[in-house]
Every structure is written in C-alpha cells, then in structure tokens.
Design a protein around this ligand. Sequence first.
Ligand SMILES: [Zn+2]
Length: 324
Amino acid sequence: MRDLYEVLGVARTATQDEIKKAYRRLARRHHPDVNPGKKDSEKRFREIQEAYAVLSDETKRQQYDQFGTVDEQEIAARYARSRAGRGPRAGGAEFRTVGGFTDLGDLFGDLFQGFGRQPAAGPAPLDAAVELDFADAVRGTTVVVPVRREVECTQCGGRGTDGRRPCPRCHGAGVLVHTDRLRVRLPAGVGDGDRVRASLRDASEREVSVQVRVRPHAFFERKGDDIHTVVPVTFGEAYLGSEVEVGTIHGPVRAKIPAGTQSGQRFRLRGKGVRNLRTGVNGDHYYTVQVAVPRVVSPAGREVARRAADLYPGDPRATLPRSL
Ligand SMILES: [Zn+2]
C-alpha cells in the first residue's frame, strides 16, 4: 500500500484545505471519464479516492499517522505485538502519542490514557468580498455578503462516486459549492482594503473574512482617517481673505481663508475626518485652496488684470532656477 500522503502529493503537515485541493486537482486529472480505457488511470483514481477518504477524516487520519493503516484488526495485531515486547515500531509506523483516539478508546484504553485530545486548529476563515459606496463606508452600514464554500455532496456523502460511476450531482468532486448570504455589520470608518471578521450563523459557526472595497467619491478623497478636498476661491477671496463654506463628510463648515492665501495652500479642519476604527477618534479634513480664474476675458476684465499686476512687488518667478 502506497503512502497516502504520497498518493495525494501533500506534506504530512498538510491542512484539510490543502488535502482537499490536492484531491480535487488529481481527481479531475485521473478521472476515468477523462481517460477512457486507461487501466492505469482507473487504478490511480481509486488510490486517490481511498487516500482522500482517510486523510479528509481527522479521526482516520490520526489513526493512519499513528499506525500506518486504518484497518482496526491490523492495528490491534500491531498493538499486541508491541505489547509482547517487539519494540514500539510496527510495520514502519511508530506508536506516537498524538492523542485524540476517541473511536479506539475502549480497545486501547490503557495505551491512550493520560493523553489529552489536542485542540484542533480551526479551519481557515472563508473568503468573501463586498463593495461599498463611499458614504456607506464612512457612516457604517449593514451588508448582505455572498459567502461561497464547499460542502460535502449530499448525494454521495463526499465519496465522489456511487460505486462504479462518478456521482452525477458533484461529477466526482465529492463536494458542492454552496452560497450563504451573510448579513455583516460594517462599522463607521471601514476603509478600502479592510477585512472584517464575521461568522456563519449555522452550526459550523465558520469564520468569514470579508474584504471591503470602497468606491471612490468624486469630491471627497480619503487618506487614512483624513479627508482631502479642493476648494476653488475667487482672486478677491484669496487676496482680501474671506470665509467660505467647505463641504465635509459631517456637513458644511464655515472656514476662514486668510488674506494673501496662495493657490494650492492647504488648511485643516480638525476632527472633520473619518472615525478611526480602533481608537474611535476622528481624522481631520484638509482643504486645498485653488484660485479660480474667470475663463471669459472682457475689456473691463483686461483693465482689472492690468491693475492687479501692479499689486505684485516683483516677478513671482524670480526665485525659480532657470535650468537643471
Ligand atoms: Zn456527489
């Protein structure tokens, strides 16, 4: 009998996920339907299914790891031999004390007493994704997220076959794809790329990691917990100073533009940004002033512009380098 891990081409430390993936890949490749008439493929396919039947079942897998077989009579015989003083090794499999033999507890009571069951490492969380509007991410929202997962085929019980032929329901894969619709509460301030943990509301309570995508907003740009916007002002507002309305995610704010403000100058409104998920403290709102220039040139405007030029004490480009 070949080593079952070798048959599936996985490490002895492989997770259930890795075992399942390897099985599905090999089952597809060696399926008799794909290789009609090839005796080798049939044999290989059967081997793959047998290996998967053992390694996908945690109890059987531990049994196999410990004894090199899942045949209970064989295990009993090896155990008897080891008790008779022929050493701890039997048939290449060591009697390792990994624990967790609930099935064989009665048979091997004294051997396994005192070895606690190791807590099984939970399965990796399921992946899901959701895309949100900018406003919903800032304010928080509840979404319904489709969660796809593989479940054991109900028709063949995960074996992938009804005896001779591949199972017609799962086409030999042993698993079916099931989609849950999971309601997930997303906190205010959730950001693009964040992952939110939730769990399925069935007996499995399987953990789900929801990746959040946030659609960008045309006006509000988010950087971390801060919001950035551009605010156009007239020449007069920038030159004389003024108070303008700045739209923020918390509503409009009257904001001061000091006299002599330059185009591109940036100001901060403290606490008007996005709520930080961990600290609960709001970020800030930064607005960048942009001096808007009238597009239509009129004779009167020409005169104003000429006089405005006199307001500059000198060439505004005087300090720039002329070349590299
Ligand atoms: Zn099936």
